[in-house]
Design a protein around this ligand. Structure first.
Ligand code: AKB
Length: 317
C-alpha cells in the first residue's frame, strides 16, 4: 500500500484507521474520503488530504483515485444492522451498488480493495459456537444479506478480474474515539460511556446472549496485517473470521463493576436487537486467519475494560 483512499473515513472504524494508516504510510498518502453530511474535523481534516467521495457516485470515486494515484481502497461505507432494517433499500444501495462502483474503479485502476464483512453474515442456521470459517451463511437481516453479497462479489472480482480483494468478518467493535451508529453490538460501547458518566446502564440485549467482540486497536491491526499479507499464503480472501473475545451482557457488566464498584445495570430488552443478536453466532473460529496471515489479538475483556475506562475518563471528565 502506497497511496490509500478510505471511503467512509469519518465513521467508527474510518476515523481511527485513517490516522493509523497515516502514521504508517505518511500523512500525504492516505486520503480521507467523506460525504458532506459527515465531514472530517480536527486532526482527521488537518493531518492529510480529504476529498468528498460518495460510494454511490462512481465518477467521484474514479476522480479521487486518479488525482491521488490510489493503489488501495478501504471501502467502509455501510449502514449497520439495526439502522439497515429500517432502510433496506438504502442499505443495499450503499452496501452493494456502492461496492460495485468501488470494484469497477479498482478494476480499471489496478487498486486493491478491503471491504469489511461481519458476524452479521451468519444466521440462525450457522453453527453458533466456534463458527467455522467455511459454513452455512443464511442471514435473516438485510445487513447480513448485503455482507454475504459483499463477500461473494469481492471474491468474484478477484477470480474473474484479478482485483486484489481481501476482508475480515468484524465482530462488534468497541472504541472510545468515534461512537458506532445503529448496530446490534453498540451496547458494548454504550455501557462504558454510562459507567464513566456515573449513570445506570439500560441494557437492550438480554442476559445470556453471547456475541463476538473486539477492541478497536486489534481491528485496525487486522486491516493493516491482512492487506500487507503475502498473497501466496492466502487460501481464503473474503472474508476471514477474526475473533478476540465473546461475552454476554452480564460478563461485560461484571468486568466494569470490578473497576467501578458503584456501577449499575438494568435490562430493558429491545426486541429488534434481541432478534438480530440471537441470530448471530456466539463465537467464531479464527484459525484460518491465524494460519494464513498471522492474526493474533492483543486485548481480552479485562485488558480492554481497563483501557476503555481510562481513555473515556480522559475524554469525558
Ligand atoms: C452491528 O452490530 O451491526 C455491527 C456488526 C457486528 O457488524 N457492529
Amino acid at each position: 500500500m502506497k497511496n490509500i483512499l478510505i471511503i467512509g473515513a469519518t465513521g467508527q472504524i474510518g476515523s481511527e484507521l485513517t490516522m493509523t494508516l497515516r502514521g504508517i504510510y505518511g500523512n500525504d498518502h492516505v486520503v480521507c474520503g467523506y460525504i458532506p453530511s459527515a465531514a472530517p474535523k480536527g486532526i482527521l481534516l488537518e493531518s492529510g488530504p480529504a476529498e468528498i467521495c460518495d460510494v454511490t457516485d462512481p465518477e467521484a470515486i474514479a476522480a479521487v483515485v486518479k488525482k491521488h494515484n490510489i493503489d488501495s481502497i478501504f471501502n467502509l461505507a455501510a449502514l449497520l444492522s439495526v439502522v439497515a432494517e429500517g432502510k433496506p433499500k438504502l442499505a443495499w444501495k450503499i452496501g452493494i451498488d456502492g461496492l460495485w462502483n468501488v470494484l469497477e474503479v479498482a478494476r480499471e485502476n489496478g487498486c486493491a480493495v478491503f471491504t469489511p464483512s461481519s458476524i452479521g453474515s451468519f444466521g440462525p442456521g450457522t453453527p453458533p459456537v466456534k463458527t467455522p470459517q467455511d459454513t452455512v451463511q443464511r442471514p435473516r437481516t438485510i445487513y447480513g444479506v448485503s455482507k454475504v453479497t459483499t463477500e461473494l462479489l469481492s471474491d468474484y472480482y478477484f477470480i474473474k478480474y484479478g482485483v486484489d480483494t481481501r476482508s475480515v468478518r468484524f465482530p462488534g467493535l468497541i472504541s472510545y474515539v468515534t461512537p458506532p451508529g445503529g448496530g446490534t453490538t453498540d451496547y458494548a460501547v454504550d455501557i462504558y460511556y454510562s459507567a464513566v458518566k456515573g449513570e445506570k446502564f439500560i441494557c437492550p440485549i438480554p442476559q445470556g446472549v453471547y456475541m463476538d467482540m473486539m477492541y478497536m486497536p486489534d481491528a485496525l491491526h487486522a486491516c493493516v496485517q491482512l492487506m500487507e499479507a503475502d498473497p501466496a499464503k492466502l487460501i481464503h480472501r473474503n472474508g476471514f473470521n477474526i475473533a478476540a473475545m465473546s461475552f454476554e451482557p452480564g460478563e461485560i457488566f461484571a468486568a466494569i463493576k470490578a473497576e467501578k464498584p458503584d456501577f449499575e445495570m438494568e435490562y430493558q430488552v429491545d426486541e429488534l436487537k434481541k432478534s438480530i443478536a440471537t441470530s448471530w453466532p456466539d463465537s467464531l473460529d479464527d484459525s484460518c486467519a491465524r494460519a494464513e496471515w498471522g492474526w493474533k489479538p492483543e486485548y481480552d475483556l479485562q485488558k480492554m475494560t481497563k483501557h476503555m475506562l481510562q481513555k473515556l475518563s480522559e475524554k469525558l471528565l
